[in-house]
Write a protein that binds this ligand. Structure first.
Ligand code: CU
Length: 151
């Protein structure tokens, strides 16, 4: 009789241990699936700086208005037969964004036909600019402060 009681107790103990093991692995599975669901629900953000192209022709800048995020680079390509001196407004002082001035950035060198000038925008705001050698040709670059959510 005592032997049966010990055997029964042992079987019960094993059953309880197996049950605990099953419960803990189920809990782990639930936890990990909850975590991945949370990750999937995170808004996707674009962390990489982007590169934008603006071309300059006889008719001016194309596109003449662009929106970028802080840290992005814009390359101005000269496809005209006019020297291209991109600079921030106002003309002729260029004081709105003094660094955004091709002559200053390239030591007085202006992109000739087919050449380009790149500038990385690190100041938030809307920056009106012009071609200093043909100041009626204008455009603007809107620099967004944060991350643009890509859906
Ligand atoms: Cu100017």
């Amino acid at each position: 009789m005592k032997k049966y009681a010990i055997a029964a107790l042992f079987v019960l103990l094993v059953a309880v241990l197996v049950q605990l093991k099953v419960l803990s692995s189920q809990r782990a599975a639930i936890t990990s699936s909850t975590n991945s669901a949370e990750v999937d629900n995170q808004p996707r953000t674009n962390l990489k700086p982007l590169h934008h192209i603006v071309t300059y022709t006889q008719t001016g800048f194309e596109p003449s208005e662009i929106t970028v995020q802080k840290g992005d680079t814009v390359t101005f390509v000269n496809n005209s037969d006019t020297p291209l001196w991109v600079a921030s407004d106002p003309h002729p002082e260029h004081t709105d964004y003094p660094e955004f001035d091709v002559a200053r950035s390239k030591g007085g060198q202006m992109p000739k036909v087919g050449e380009s000038f790149s500038f990385t925008f690190n100041k938030v705001g809307t920056w009106a600019y012009h071609n200093h050698t043909a100041s009626s040709d204008v455009g603007n670059v809107g620099v967004h402060p944060g991350l643009i959510v890509v859906q």
